[in-house]
Ligand binder design. Structure first.
Ligand code: NAD
Length: 344
């Protein structure tokens, strides 16, 4: 059980509310702190009546520092979601500043907290958090995570729609790379006993990479995935808490991390790709990342996907990093190009 607060930033939002509801059900949490620039006290009062162990406190606009004070874990779904027609750059411009400010709050108030970043674009927002924490000399790469769990959740569900013998709850798919479009690389070849045809693999891969578009389209302007994301966010938060608070060992989940979190195991991969961040299966321990598991032997199709992902990821990482280290280089208005698909 954590005696320190678990803080949700953006707790009154589409993801924040159901995520907070799911976290209220955890016996590992005694103090749930909800921060948002709107409506957090209302959400907190509502959740506080649920008969589970934790107390729930809401913190409004000017109370970020109080919400983050001594937090054990900070989960961040704050920001704006993608709307149809919005480019990745539009999303980046708004969310990057929000994430930077929250990361500064973490550095000031809970420098040793686990930081779980949900806000998109995750490929760039995680480097932003890292660079801010570096500036304050409090960066521990083992404790900063990009939450890519929704890709894993979708992958398990989508494969079970193609093969009804697959139980989506117990079949875990390793999804590596990053968390947007082509950077999402599901390793379907690794599913034990799978017999997908080449055509099915291609269709499933595309659906997992662009699953968020199905939701954005169906919501028709009312936002992106919130409920499935809350489920995925709670699942990932529980992994971190089970390992760090409950002392459970051997839990493996894919997440987007700085490879320095396990520099020894990732040295060869880093030398080959030049990437500083990558989503990969991670084994969790009391301090966060215990081990980044090696990439398995992939199929030729998957290798092609990985090669494509590396190029895109490198640009996303650089953009997030430079937002802190060379802000003038990133905030310049960009020449309009065709709208890109933004992540969700
Ligand atoms: N990682 C993923 O798989 C994934 C999936 C879906 C959505 N997302 C991302 O999650 C984010 C939130 O999505 P949503 O649908 O919940 O959006 P939303 O607009 O419904 O909620 C966002 C909340 O953040 C709050 N907020 C804004 N600025 C803030 C600040 N400075 N401090 C604290 N709170 C602040 C808003 O008031 C709002 O309540 C978006 O960036 C979205 O793209 C990520």
């Amino acid at each position: 059980m954590s005696t320190r607060p678990i803080t949700v930033c953006g707790a009154a939002g589409g993801i924040g509310q159901p995520l907070s509801l799911l976290l209220k059900q955890s016996d590992l949490i005694t103090d749930l702190a909800l921060f948002d620039i709107v409506n957090a006290p209302g959400v907190a009062a509502d959740l506080s009546h649920i008969n589970t162990r934790s107390t729930v406190t809401g913190y409004g606009k000017d109370e970020m520092d109080a919400a983050l004070k001594d937090a054990h874990t900070v989960v961040i779904p704050a920001g704006v979601p993608r709307k149809p027609g919005m480019t990745r750059d539009d999303l980046f411009k708004i969310n990057a500043g929000i994430i930077r400010d929250l990361a500064e709050g973490v550095a000031r108030n809970c420098p040793d907290a686990f930081v779980l970043v949900i806000s998109n674009p995750v490929n760039s927002t995680v480097p932003i958090v890292s660079e801010v924490l570096k500036k304050y000399n409090v960066y521990n790469p083992k404790k900063v995570f990009g939450v890519s769990t929704l890709d894993v959740v979708r992958a398990s569900r989508f494969i079970s729609e193609v093969d009804s013998n697959i139980n989506p709850k117990s079949t875990r798919v390793t999804v590596v790379g990053g968390h947007s479009g082509v950077t999402i690389v599901p390793l379907l070849s690794q599913i034990p006993g799978q017999k997908f045809t080449e055509e099915q693999v291609k269709a499933l891969t595309h659906r997992i990479q662009y699953g968020g578009d199905e939701v954005v389209k169906a919501k028709a302007g009312a936002g992106s995935a919130t409920l499935s994301m809350a489920y995925a966010g709670a699942r990932f938060t529980n992994v971190v808490l089970e390992a760090s608070v409950n002392g459970k060992t051997g839990i493996v989940e894919s997440t987007y991390v700085n490879l320095l979190a396990d520099a020894e195991s990732t040295k060869a991969f880093h030398a080959k790709t030049g990437l500083d961040y990558f989503a990969q299966d991670v084994e969790f321990g009391p301090e966060g990342v215990a081990k980044i598991l090696p990439l398995p032997a992939v199929s030729d199709h998957e290798q092609g996907l990985l090669d494509e992902a590396y190029t895109e990821l490198k640009a996303n990482i650089e953009k997030g990093t430079k937002f802190i280290t060379e802000p003038e280089a990133v905030t310049k208005p960009e020449v309009a190009t065709k709208p890109e698909v933004a992540p969700q």
